[in-house]
Design a protein. Sequence first.
Lengths: 165, 165
Amino acid sequence: MAAAQSAPNLQFAARRSIEQVELGRDLAPKFDADGLIAVVATDIDSGELLMHGYMNAEALTRTIETGQAHYWSRSRACLWHKGATSGFVQHVRQMLIDDDQDAVWLRVRVDGGASCHVGYRSCFYRSIPIGPAAEDEMPRLQFTETELVFDPAQVYGNAPNPTQL
Amino acid sequence: MAAAQSAPNLQFAARRSIEQVELGRDLAPKFDADGLIAVVATDIDSGELLMHGYMNAEALTRTIETGQAHYWSRSRACLWHKGATSGFVQHVRQMLIDDDQDAVWLRVRVDGGASCHVGYRSCFYRSIPIGPAAEDEMPRLQFTETELVFDPAQVYGNAPNPTQL
């Protein structure tokens, strides 16, 4: 009998030594106390950083097996197939892991070209000015994107905003 | 009297509303329960992801004020001026923050061209193969960098390895 489509087969290796983790070929991810690993997605063509998120073991497995980015939504506390609501699926062209295997880098192509729930192409649409501050100075962010790619109200309707204060 | 060089002047805004955080010009970073915010550094020229780390409020302030990347080392539990030991200082050319202000993106130029304590240019020197797995299959990582930029033993001597199992 064929395995159900939703049953992941993939196994991760146990973390046995620093040499194995840093210099070996085992995938031995380090999940934090909440069972999460940090994830960064960049655009495969422009190199632009699109978003920063987290995966649990299931999201990591599904991303590897399907080639589409899955995350763990901390604000909604659920598995999150990116683009399931908005249509802005992230197709993973290359997937890398860092030296101590506690961070994942997805190089993606995005259907529709947007990755940010606010409506911008990237979640990183504001820059922080660099330089010495006067006493008690408050930095003022500068917008680096000025045009929304989509209208969040049309795409998400009345769904609650994931941003938490 | 001039303020001591080590006394940061910069103030962050309180997080008052989703609109302020997402669409405003206040820098109102969201530190997690451990007082940390996620940080990603990419190479300003190649766009390559160099590392993923964390900052506390002091590291964020020092990075903004000096234009050189400072992190909070979770494994060593200390403020970490990147490059202080190795010489591989990260000069921040642009600094961005994401929609809900819980992640920072540094676009940097690195003295010496390396950002990974293992000796590679980037911490992300291994790729994860994408695709359906056979039952109980263990993925095998592929090296995407093959040449070390420096010899960690020469640079760090007997300093403890920051990777934790």
